[in-house]
Design a protein around this ligand. Structure first.
Ligand SMILES: N[C@@H](CCC(=O)N[C@@H](CS)C(=O)NCC(=O)O)C(=O)O
Length: 244
């Protein structure tokens, strides 16, 4: 059974969606990010970037050998699971479709996700009085990325020709537009795609996974150093400090 290191955030949902879509059996390891579980040495051995999601697969596909496989980074995890199941990604032999998958995967993990993450920080977690510039900057970037997605979805139902891991990666950050202080009003293609995604049962199960443990502004920069005042020394701390 796959061990799924998870917290209920957009990056966690991506992997939850894929596991649910594939019907792969998994066991959730719920992480207390505000308490520093991500800095525990056992977790860093799996995810050296000290962030969830991550997985351990005790039954890897052919070519990996018999030892369990660990994977960190949401894009790498979804690619691995697509390879394992043969689902939700174009065949390797379809070079052009595969290239398009790479483009949208890298766009998501390199641009849409990080900009959304920073927007969330300045909207929900930065100290009062220090929010304004960051919020404006990342709201603009988030909105720009909605524009990128809007253009891509013109005349098509999904980011690639068929529903794929590209949709699963991009959806969570579009799903939370409103709590980020953004609006989908000017992006009808994105809004319709978001509804199509939300209608999928696997997606619903994933976004409800441990919903009760969502941060929702409880742990912020002014009351939690573990999450919001990190540096390289954090990686050596071993975690397990509860900043509030
Ligand atoms: N690039 C990573 C980002 C993962 C990420 O930012 N995870 C956050 C939660 S959404 C996390 O684990 N934060 C803990 C921390 O920053 O200490 C991915 O796509 O997997």
């Amino acid at each position: 059974m796959i061990e799924f290191y998870y917290a209920p955030t957009p990056n966690g949902w991506k992997v939850g969606i894929m596991l649910e879509e594939c019907g792969l059996p998994y066991e959730t390891r719920l992480m207390r990010l505000s308490a520093g579980d991500q800095f525990a040495p056992e977790f860093l051995a799996i995810s050296p970037n000290a962030k969830m999601p991550a997985i351990i697969d005790p039954s890897p596909p052919e070519g990996y050998g018999p030892a369990p496989v660990t994977v960190f980074e949401s894009g790498a995890i979804l690619l691995y699971l697509a390879e394992k199941t043969g689902r939700f990604a174009p065949q390797e032999s379809d070079r052009r479709a595969r290239k398009a998958l790479n483009e949208w995967l890298f766009w998501q993990v390199g641009t849409q996700g990080p900009m959304g993450g920073q927007l969330s920080h300045f909207r929900n977690y930065a100290p009062e009085g220090e929010k304004e510039y960051g919020f404006k900057r990342y709201l603009g970037e988030y909105d720009r990325n909605l524009g990128v997605l809007e253009a891509r979805l013109e005349g098509r139902g999904w980011i690639l020709d068929e529903y794929s891991i590209a949709d699963m990666l991009a959806f969570p950050w579009a799903f939370i537009a409103k709590p980020l202080g953004a609006s989908l009003e000017a992006f009808p293609n994105v809004a319709a795609w978001r509804e199509r995604m939300k209608a999928r049962e696997a997606v619903q199960r994933a976004i409800n996974l441990h919903k009760e443990s969502q941060n929702r502004g409880r742990h912020r920069a002014d009351n939690n150093d573990v999450l919001f005042n990190q540096n390289a020394a954090s990686l050596r701390s071993g975690g397990a400090e509860d900043g509030g």
